[in-house]
Write a protein that binds this ligand. Structure first.
Ligand code: UDX
Ligand code: ADP
Length: 463
């Protein structure tokens, strides 16, 4: 089957960059990305390429090359579904905030809406690809909806989880460690798998394209994220022990990372991991394990989240304690709000929870992030529903300049590892602050001894 038209439902952090790269690498395929969110689609279509809604290094160039040629962004979901041979589902799957599985299970309502819409619109056979991270056996649910509500056409469901990390999305998409495609073992299923393999083969080596059954593919994605998150919680657990014992967590990480069986990646102690995937996927895993009565398995993975929550809370508690047990009416400057550098995504960012704790202690939080707006910061805090939006507004100050954000502040907390923070004129910052001037480096990126030489009281994680 020769694929000439692809559609992707959901123009977010996964759908947008993934489809842009497919379009760039497969100029003969028409790729249409659709979304209900008109503002988002308008931003993807903005003539000024700087205004595309997602910040990812290199993404602007990829979009500029393919947009209007074979890459299109639209709100006409039905037309795109109707035309396409392959439909990717890349809609959001947040953790449920209500009902059974609240706070744990993935909320599949957006997926279900997509499936029903595809069933209604499709007039010829389609390959439907799960791209969003989903609990195991979601494909089965999608299939059941498609087969029972469709117009009698054939659907093949594939699982093709996305492993890109934000901040390096374009690089990860261009040079993936592997592409995973799960599908049915029937001849039709194998044909659908091959059609998708052929798309990726335009730029990915055959030996990096792995095909499995649907459930292995779905579970592999959850497992990969759980393992990565577990490494961070493991090193963060050690960071607390390091602080008590006089060991240095950076040295410990380096020493263990040189063991080729352990490896050096994902061992950076931090204020805690964030992002839309790790917590959600582990909670999902815990929920699935519990639903099969596998309580030990569930408890084992839940501990990764418990440790991460502890690390965030420990960071805010330490700020309060160090500032003489009160931060009331003190200006505390946050350098960084995004969940990691090189992205404007703030979902589950540690900064949100640390700020929430400190506002509970009546601190005034001054935020500077090179890519995050005040509107987003306030929306993140409002989402927690800890206090009224007007109260959040009173307690959060935003600045366009890091120097203004730091002036008169009692303490600086580094929440995101943006490279530019390292280059700042720290002497100028010191001179503008209240004394003693504290720096709490939640990312261990600053030069502690150099800051101490200026006069700062510096605390990193795990030393
Ligand atoms: C993750 C997976 O890496 C990716 O494969 C999957 O597709 C989606 O989830 P992402 O959440 O975008 O990607 O970023 P990642 O680089 O994994 O970082 C997640 C969080 O962990 C960030 O808050 C980051 O700062 C933190 N982190 C990462 C650490 O605290 N220490 C580390 O050593 C690595
Ligand atoms: P991710 O990080 O998984 O890409 P995002 O929240 O960034 O998540 O993007 C998901 C996108 O999916 C959102 O822009 C949302 O508007 C869109 N979306 C959700 N449901 C539908 C739907 N039924 N039809 C079209 N778009 C949808």
């Amino acid at each position: 089957m020769k694929i000439t038209k692809i559609c992707c439902i959901g123009a977010g952090y996964v759908g947008g960059p993934t489809m842009a790269v497919i379009a760039q690498k497969c100029p003969e395929i028409k790729v249409t990305v659709v979304d209900l969110n008109e503002e988002r689609i308008a931003a993807w279509n903005d003539e000024n390429i700087d205004n595309i809604p997602i910040y990812e290094p290199g993404l602007d160039k990829v979009v500029a090359e393919a947009r209007g040629r074979n890459l299109f962004f639209s709100t006409d979901v039905e037309k795109a579904i109707d035309e396409a041979q392959i439909i990717f589902i890349s809609v959001n799957t947040p953790t449920k905030t209500y009902g059974k599985g609240k706070g744990m299970a993935a909320d599949l309502k957006y997926i279900e809406l997509c499936a029903r819409q595809i069933a209604r619109v499709a007039k010829d056979n389609k390959i439907v690809v799960e791209k969003s991270t989903l609990p195991v056996r979601t494909a089965e649910a999608i299939k059941s909806i498609l087969d029972n509500t469709g117009n009698g056409v054939q659907f093949q469901i594939l699982s093709n989880p996305e492993f890109l990390a934000e901040g390096t999305a374009v690089e990860d998409l261009l040079n993936p460690d592997r592409i995973l495609i799960g599908g049915d073992s029937t001849p039709e299923g194998q044909k659908a798998i091959q059609a998708l393999v052929d798309v990726y083969s335009n730029w990915v080596d055959a030996d990096k394209i792995l095909t499995t059954n649907v459930w292995s593919s779905e579970l592999s994605k959850l497992t990969a994220n759980a393992f990565l998150a577990q490494r961070i919680s493991s090193i963060n657990a050690m960071s607390e022990l390091c602080e008590k014992t006089g060991a240095d967590v950076n040295e410990v990480a380096k020493a263990i990372g040189m063991d080729s069986r352990i490896g050096s990646k994902f061992l950076k102690a931090s204020v805690g991991f964030g992002g839309s995937c790790f917590q959600k996927d582990i909670l999902n895993l815990v929920y699935i394990a519990k639903s099969y009565g596998l309580n030990e398995v569930a408890d084992y993975w839940e501990q990764v989240i418990i440790m991460n929550d502890h690390q965030k809370r420990r960071f805010s508690n330490n700020i309060v304690q160090t500032l003489y047990n009160t931060v009331a009416d003190k200006k505390i400057t946050f350098l960084g709000w995004a969940f990691k550098k090189d992205t404007n995504d703030t979902r589950e960012s540690a900064a949100i929870y640390v700020a929430d704790d400190l506002i509970n202690e009546n601190a005034k939080i001054a935020v500077f992030d090179p890519k995050v707006s005040r509107k987003k910061v306030l929306a993140d805090l409002d989402y927690l529903e800890t206090r009224t939006p007007s109260s959040n507004e009173r307690n959060v100050l935003s600045f366009d300049s890091p120097y203004d954000a730091c002036a008169n502040s009692h303490a600086i907390a580094v929440l995101t590892e943006w490279d530019e923070f390292i280059q700042y004129d720290w002497l100028k910052i010191y001179d503008s602050m209240q004394k003693p001037a504290f720096v709490f480096d939640g990312r261990n990126i600053l030069n502690g001894p150099a800051l101490e030489a200026i006069g700062f009281i510096y605390q990193g994680i795990g030393s």
